[in-house]
Design a protein around this ligand. Sequence first.
Ligand SMILES: Nc1ncnc2c1ncn2[C@@H]1O[C@H](COP(=O)(O)OP(=O)(O)OP(=O)(O)O)[C@@H](O)[C@H]1O
Length: 356
Amino acid sequence: MERKRGGRVCCVCNEARASVKRPKTLQHMCRECFFHAFESEIHHLILNNSLFSPGERVAIGASGGKDSTVLAYVLSKLNRLHNYGLHLFLLSVDEGITGYRDDSLQTVHRNHLQYQLPLQVVSYKDLYGWTMDQIVDVIGFKNNCTFCGVFRRQALDRGAALLKVDKLVTGHNADDIAETVLLNLLRGDVARLSRCTSITTGENGPISRCKPFKYTYEKEIVMYAYFNQVDTFHRMHLLSKCILRVCSRVDQGLGKNRTWSHSRQGKSGENFRILKTTKMPGPGAYQRSGYSCSQKWCKAWGGLDGLNRGLPKLGSGGSRGSVGFENGNGSKVEKSRRGKQSGTLGFGFVLGLNQT
Ligand SMILES: Nc1ncnc2c1ncn2[C@@H]1O[C@H](COP(=O)(O)OP(=O)(O)OP(=O)(O)O)[C@@H](O)[C@H]1O
């Protein structure tokens, strides 16, 4: 590696001083070359996967955090630069978490002005009659993630319907996907395991969802945000103590190869194959709400029903069933689990740990 007085030279332009060591490639780059590499990878992912068509209306799920804010920043830039012809919108869900979401929404309001993107905010209070603070008062800290997650999912769909968009993009990155793969493995949730690595989901419903940061490392998003001075909000909220998420973050302590192992984890998830004989819960529109749902029994409406009837545990409790899966050697393993809607499932998987 060539060195200039005062540091290394960028390995791409061979001129400027390197100020970044890319976590993905370990290359030493100057800021400009890093920005270019970061943006081009997302541009090529969009093109190679035909994520958008000209004239489409696209909502960006905007939480004010680094991932979704950088997504809004990069997507607006690429849309201008490469003439995608997209109509972009910011869509935020206000869960009603005092001291957290109210502050992060201020960031989204600033982003709305900075990037000149129309903003739609939908709130749990308006949609469901409950804020997350009120739900926690009733249910306590345990299990509140279940409510928050299923309500947010539906709230994003309802906000997207208000905006009349064709697609919804979220800032889920490679680390989030690796974490979700591990989480679904721990839960034995085959249906979600097969969906969580897809770049686009819900193609058969009214609004499909895409993850343009599917292969983007969290560390690079942080670097990109820092060097571009992207206005983001960063604070953990008190309700984010979901135990399984915490478990799946065990691997964060595995040392400095975490980024590498996350990309392998995501790759392994991609390589899971569901056996053709497996009976899967079919996606569909839940009859009471009409919103898309992966199961016949819609958790959002079940949870809301429980809350309104003074039986909040109805919406957060587990259920029963069993999963059967086949390991790489073809031998079948049966395992009981809690999970009502799926019945007996079978899946085969090929671990991609040795693959590039
Ligand atoms: N309240 C919200 N309103 C709109 N979109 C949201 C909201 N919460 C999450 N999302 C979307 O879902 C993605 C993943 O959410 P997650 O809770 O994992 O946040 P995160 O990893 O902290 O991301 P971010 O840094 O964007 O907050 C976000 O990037 C965003 O696109």
